[in-house]
Design a protein around this ligand. Structure first.
Ligand SMILES: Cc1cc2nc3c(=O)[nH]c(=O)nc-3n(C[C@H](O)[C@H](O)[C@H](O)COP(=O)(O)O)c2cc1C
Length: 174
């Protein structure tokens, strides 16, 4: 069976911390762990599933698709590739208290960009239990991936991750 790639950006903060917690839920034989700047995107089809993670840091980081935002560069590249058969899941860091109108908007960007490829997306996650008023990262009562709030609810991350990874494994049929 093909391995999973866990790819996160940026480095040194809550995204990296959460990525490590997610990684620990997998048998290390089955998963490779990368910061985005060390992942060779040409290898993406060697993997059965790719988990991508990032934080929401405001629209200005996303709107200019020609800028050097590392995720934008990644998405531009994969949109030229045939990702038939690849499964993608996303996790997103945000802050419900400071940004209740834009909580984990970045998950919406991830979803929109993956939707332009032939990859299928799994790991949608219930919005129940979070406190926010609006988010581009949701559809109906689900986030497009795992929403984490390390600023306000760090104690909930471990349990959320455990449940989400169990859900991914079920959705992957492993
Ligand atoms: C300038 C700035 C803008 C942010 N904008 C949002 C936002 O729109 N929505 C949200 O949910 N969180 C927002 N956040 C919160 C971050 O997503 C959150 O603190 C996250 O854990 C940061 O991850 P990092 O430590 O890996 O950078 C913002 C944070 C900063 C510093």
């Amino acid at each position: 069976m093909k391995k999973t790639a866990l790819i996160y950006w940026g480095k040194g903060g809550n995204v990296e911390k959460s990525a490590k917690i997610i990684y620990q839920q997998f048998d290390p034989e089955t998963i490779d762990f990368f910061a985005l700047d060390s992942f060779d995107v040409n290898n993406i089809n060697n993997y059965g599933m790719v988990i991508i993670g990032g934080s929401t840091v405001g629209a200005e980081n996303w709107e200019d698709a020609t800028d050097d935002n590392k995720w934008n560069e990644f998405f531009r590249t994969i949109q030229k590739m045939d990702l038939t058969g690849l499964t993608v899941a996303a996790f997103g860091l945000g802050n419900q208290v400071l940004y209740p109108e834009h909580f984990v908007d970045g998950l919406g960007i991830f979803h929109a960009e993956i939707a332009k490829t032939k990859a299928r997306m799994i790991g949608f996650w219930p919005t129940e239990g979070y406190q926010f008023t609006n988010s581009d990262g949701t559809h109906d009562d689900k986030f497009y991936g795992l929403a984490l709030d390390e600023d306000n609810e760090p104690e909930k991350t471990e349990t959320r991750v455990q449940k989400w990874v169990a859900q991914l494994k079920t959705e992957m049929g492993v």
